[in-house]
Design a protein around this ligand. Structure first.
Ligand SMILES: C[S@@+](CC[C@H](N)C(=O)[O-])C[C@H]1O[C@@H](n2cnc3c(N)ncnc32)[C@H](O)[C@@H]1O
Length: 280
């Protein structure tokens, strides 16, 4: 192990310095992620089953119409998409995890549903006035880098039908300091990160001015380079959301607190749901 390299990589990096590796599309990690998505009692990767049911009901009540054309961005294994399809909506789901999309397609066939699942990067979405609503659920907007977020918002605006709505959730900026996780380590021979022996050193760093926390995981394997996974998580006030949405002409929007039960960082009063409307 090169301890100098480890020492260097363990320091707080300049904001938005990329890691060496990406989690969602790694073959081993995406298998583990799928197991976590499908665990009905966990609030990781996807929210737990009871919360998903509640969210789907809430979205249905906010959208308020039957036979909608829903676009589910980052649909994972289709936990929301299939529920919307079962209640009669037309649904398109996009995700760049092949493993999740393959699972969703299999389930689509066995359940006799007609969700249009697509394997792809939603940052490359290129469709005009097709959907209402577009949804992006589980605080995913907040983990994009600012440039990616801007790009996605402009693509979502274009893809919405006139008067259509974009529904998403973010982690709000209440008590940001309490959202930093303590240092942690793990040694395993077949765990979340790898299927052969590895060591993980996890830490998080706060960038208060930008309202960002970096969740960082350093993975070390014998005879392998050190690999770094970085998740830049952004926190938003209503004013932050207002200025971000104004830039993209979402002049009508509504915010909702405490939509979901729970007390962790990804639920209860830590999460703000937003419904942003395109001009009619
Ligand atoms: C936290 S999970 C949430 C999945 C789903 N929305 C849910 O709550 O069950 C984020 C999902 O977004 C997908 N994802 C992340 N970035 C993406 C991108 N640029 N294009 C397509 N999918 C993406 C990941 O593969 C993953 O399935």
């Amino acid at each position: 192990m090169n301890l100098y390299k480890l020492l260097k990589e363990s320091q707080k990096p300049e904001i938005y310095t990329p890691g060496t590796s990406v989690m969602w599309t790694d073959e081993h990690i995406s298998k583990k992620l799928l197991e976590i998505h499908l665990n009905p009692d966990l609030d990781l990767a996807s929210r737990r089953e009871s919360t998903i049911n509640k969210t789907v009901k809430w979205i249905d009540s906010v959208a308020g119409e039957k036979n909608l054309d829903i676009l589910d961005l980052g649909c994972g294994p289709g936990l929301y998409s299939k529920r919307f399809a079962k209640s009669g909506h037309k649904v398109t789901g996009i995700d760049f995890s092949k493993n999740s999309i393959d699972y969703a397609i299999k389930e689509n066939i066995s359940d006799g549903l007609d969700v249009n699942y697509r394997h792809g990067n939603y940052l490359e979405l290129d469709e005009n006035e097709k959907y209402n609503p577009v949804i992006l659920i589980f605080t995913d907007l907040g983990v994009l880098l600012p440039d990616e977020r801007e790009l996605l918002l402009s693509k979502i605006y274009k893809s919405l039908k006139p008067g259509g709505i974009f529904i998403f959730d973010v982690i709000n900026d209440k008590n940001i300091n309490s959202k930093v996780s303590p240092k942690n380590w793990e040694v395993s021979d077949n765990g979340f990160w790898r299927n052969s022996p590895y060591m993980t050193l996890s830490n998080s760093f706060i960038y208060l001015e930008e309202k960002v926390i970096l969740f960082q995981h350093l993975i070390h394997q014998e005879e392998c380079n050190l690999e770094t996974y970085r998740f830049w998580t952004h926190f938003f006030s209503h004013a932050d959301l207002d200025s971000m949405l104004n830039e993209h002409e979402f002049y009508e929007r509504e915010y909702f607190e405490n939509v979901l039960p729970g007390y962790d960082m990804w639920s209860g009063d830590n999460v703000t749901f937003c419904v942003a409307k395109k001009r009619s």
